[in-house]
Design a protein around this ligand. Structure first.
Ligand code: NAP
Length: 295
């Protein structure tokens, strides 16, 4: 068996088109323009690239964007003052603080300062709690993207044995939480594994849907997966450069061997990666609608 490839490139493109139409509808019918503010502290090249792509995607979709690039020596009070200003700014529906922040700034203080209504990353404890009780306003972007990859590829989650490898607050825990909810596109039986899991193999081997966010290159090999299962690989690792100087990437799954055994798998790159930004845009549009009371 050679696996079907679940293409995040194709699915994210489809969602972008839907969002573009929705943004145009909001403008035409209600004169609403959703707005996203990005906040970057310091000059980390990877963070600059991420922020750049978010701004570019806003422009493509017709979402207003405002970029706040602050120097690496910015103190916490200055950053909190900016967040406060953005919380009050009616043009802004979403505030995205690019992580990680410099070590002298307490990340938690910053995330707590963002108005939960503008927390389009879905990291504020209010939004984490709302997700937990099954009444979310915003789902965190990467986990929501994973759910969309499954749903839009026609993968049945209801009653499925889902095994998540990883329990981080940004991927493992929220994706488990989303997929265990009593609702369409979820209703799975979820197991979460981590470094203290006694026998990882025994869990991964019985998964109908295996979601891997371990942060270790090619950690999951063919003998660890069930034949005919679905594998979602969240990991991203730079493992070298091509002759042309382009990064060579791999995921947490040994794609080449695993794809021979499973029913469907996400590639790296082009799988989960492209979904994160579009789900951020989805949340920004949703925030604008919630703020205006528009459905
Ligand atoms: P993280 O914070 O490092 O968490 C990794 C988790 O995996 C931890 O819970 C850890 O367990 C667990 N783990 C590590 N090795 C394991 C093993 N051998 N067996 C079982 N569990 C193991 O990572 P993260 O932030 O969730 O990110 C995971 C990966 O996804 C990274 O490669 C990251 O770059 C990528 N990522 C991609 C996107 C995207 O948009 N594509 C977004 C976010 C993250 P303990 O808790 O016990 O330490």
């Amino acid at each position: 068996m050679v696996a079907e490839i679940i293409s995040g490139n194709a699915i994210s493109k489809q969602i972008r088109e839907e969002l573009k139409q929705e943004v145009a509808r909001l403008k035409a019918n209600y004169n609403i323009v959703p707005g996203l503010a990005t906040v970057l502290v310091g000059e980390d090249p990877a963070s600059q690239t991420y922020v750049g792509s978010k701004v570019k995607t806003c422009n493509e979709l017709g979402i207003y964007s405002e970029r706040h690039d602050l120097s690496a020596d910015t103190d916490e009070q200055t950053l909190l003052a900016l967040i406060d200003r953005l919380n009050k700014d009616t043009k802004i529906n979403g505030i995205l603080v690019q992580l990680p922040l410099p070590k002298d700034i307490n990340e938690n203080n910053i995330l707590l300062a963002i108005d939960p209504k503008k927390d389009v990353d879905g990291f504020h404890p209010i939004n984490v709690g709302k997700l937990m009780i099954g009444e979310p306003d915003y789902l965190p972007c990467t986990p929501h993207g994973i759910q969309q990859l499954l749903v839009r590829s026609g993968v049945e989650t209801e009653g499925a044995d889902v095994v998540v490898v990883g329990r981080s607050n940004i991927v493992g825990k929220p994706v488990a939480n989303i997929l265990m909810q009593k609702r369409t596109g979820a209703n799975a039986t979820v197991t979460v594994c981590h470094t203290r899991t006694r026998d990882l193999y025994s869990h991964t081997k019985r998964a109908d849907i295996l979601i891997v966010a371990a942060g270790k290159p090619k950690e999951i090999t063919a003998e660890m997966v069930k034949e005919g299962s679905i594998v979602i690989d969240v990991g991203v690792h730079r493992i070298g450069k091509t002759k042309e100087g382009k990064n060579i990437l791999c995921g947490d799954v040994d794609f080449e061997s695993v794809k021979e055994k499973v029913k469907a798998i996400t590639p790296v790159p082009g799988g989960v990666g492209p979904m994160t930004i579009v789900m951020l845009m989805t949340n920004t549009v949703k925030s604008a609608k919630l703020a205006a009371g528009v459905v």
